[in-house]
Design a protein. Structure first.
Length: 222
């Protein structure tokens, strides 16, 4: 007979593995690791644009495929640009023909790819679209922006949709009115101007826009 003092076995609870912290230098190597494989075609109508996804070497804690998965998740959502019926999108590997590239880069490389460096300017804070380059600044991907009023994941979705929107031919817009959602093409990184944070081009099944134009907001010090 077992002793009455025998302790009952304790079930071990598996700990959820921690997500590696993304780290980066201010100036990266300007070489890339590219996401492999491809996604399904997202969208039902419009011309098909193919894009590749790359992460700058020197950025750690996120792989190219992990970043690509987040990008595909956003751009394949019906609330994003494919929901307008004006474009279809597909991620492809580096070896395939592509129409544009989505980069995750260090602040100084952001200036290089966005053309500020060659023009003698320094930004290092925002992201940009320059020709076929959709450039996302890893500093904003990691830290977001002050006073955004929404979780970092929503800001990351905004980054992807805003800069890809430029590649699709959309221009900056302003806040329609105090308390309204900010259009995704508003420069929400620099200020909301009375609007509330919004990461999607489409709201309630329709393309959501504001007045054309941009505010003369200063760029914060990086």
């Amino acid at each position: 007979m077992a002793s009455s003092n025998s302790a009952a076995p304790v079930a071990e609870v598996a700990k959820k593995p921690k997500t590696p912290k993304i780290k980066y230098p201010r100036s990266g190597k300007r070489t890339w690791r590219s996401a492999t494989g491809h996604s399904k075609v997202a969208g039902k109508r419009g011309p098909l644009l193919k894009y590749r996804v790359v992460v700058e070497n020197g950025i750690t804690g996120i792989t190219a495929n992990q970043f690509a998965s987040r990008v595909v998740q956003t751009l394949s959502d019906k609330r994003s640009w494919i929901g307008t019926g004006q474009v279809r999108l597909q991620r492809v590997p580096n070896s395939a023909k592509y129409d544009f590239t989505i980069y995750l880069v260090t602040p100084q490389t952001r200036d290089h790819l966005c053309g500020d460096e060659s023009a003698g300017r320094s930004d290092q804070y925002t992201s940009c679209r320059n020709g076929s380059r959709v450039v996302l600044n890893v500093a904003r991907w990691v830290h977001g922006v002050p006073d955004y009023g929404a979780p970092l994941e929503r800001y990351r979705t905004y980054m992807i949709n805003h800069e890809t929107g430029h590649r699709l031919g959309h221009h900056h817009q302003k806040c329609p009115g105090k308390g309204d959602p900010a259009p995704v093409m508003q420069q929400q990184t620099l200020g909301l101007h009375g609007c509330t944070a919004n990461a999607w081009p489409r709201i309630n099944g329709k393309l959501y826009t504001g007045p054309p134009g941009a505010y003369n907001d200063p760029i914060p010090k990086a």
